[in-house]
Design a protein around this ligand. Structure first.
Ligand SMILES: [Zn+2]
Length: 242
């Protein structure tokens, strides 16, 4: 039997069925809005951890209140909060203050319920870190998904209880990212596909290939065997599934 993989950040299209390669055993499945909330909830299983939340891209049209987040957390004891966060890229900047309010509401809820967070951050490190510091020490760890920041930022996040999750985006510019990734503590690294399951063109094989490539590239940068790295990431992920 081959190794078992963890995907630390996956989405699912509204109403789609989740069909994955059997080698992908552990999944953190993230909602983005009210639309996909029930689909994510419907996928929950022993090895699939749901995250319920409002993605920063949807904060202008929806409120955190419309998700009934607390009821979802009451119903699903393994659930975390997310995908939430801040995105100041391009025109997303314009909704910065609404995003900030929605993010803080979700961090506060995660804090109250003692649940982990799955966080999206693009060009808003200062604000994300200051919200996390405000609720520190957090009662549960958090995932900084698709990380593409500096070594200093990674260190601050790790000290606040963060796990650094790497996607294809994180690995897209090896000249910049390799030295940063090489300096990460092995026990705080996760790997993700960041794909949308169930969308046209998505297949179990394509998902597995992309995920496996992210493992392979990261193991190479870290200078450890792929096999050890895969089992190490699965081990790291366990803190989010208890
Ligand atoms: Zn996402």
């Amino acid at each position: 039997m081959g190794p078992e993989y963890l995907d630390a950040h996956l989405h699912i299209a509204d109403g789609a069925a989740l069909k994955l390669n059997s080698a992908v055993k552990y999944i953190f499945l993230n909602s983005t809005s009210k639309n996909d909330l029930d689909t994510v909830a419907g996928c929950v299983s022993e090895h699939l951890t749901p995250f319920f939340g409002l993605h920063p891209w949807y904060t202008a049209k929806e409120s955190v209140g419309s998700l009934n987040l607390k009821a979802m957390l009451d119903s699903y004891q393994t659930a975390g909060v997310g995908e939430c966060g801040l995105d100041h890229s391009g025109k997303n900047r314009l909704t910065g203050s609404i995003q900030l309010q929605a993010f803080e509401t979700q961090v506060k809820t995660a804090f109250e319920y003692g649940r982990p967070l799955s966080i999206h951050c693009v060009r808003a490190w200062g604000q994300v870190i200051s919200v996390l510091k405000k609720y520190s020490p957090l009662p549960a760890p958090f995932i900084l998904h698709s990380f593409y920041g500096s070594a200093e930022t990674a260190e601050i996040l790790i000290n606040l209880g963060g796990y650094i999750s790497l996607s294809g985006m994180s690995l897209r510019n090896p000249v910049k990212s390799s030295p940063i990734i090489a300096g990460l503590p092995l026990n705080r690294v996760l790997i993700e596909s960041d794909l949308l399951a169930g969308e046209p063109g998505f297949t179990a094989e394509m998902h597995f290939d992309i995920l496996r490539e992210n493992y392979r590239l990261t193991a190479e940068i870290l200078g450890i065997s792929e096999k050890d790295f895969i089992s190490g990431v699965v081990e790291n992920g366990k803190i989010f599934t208890n």
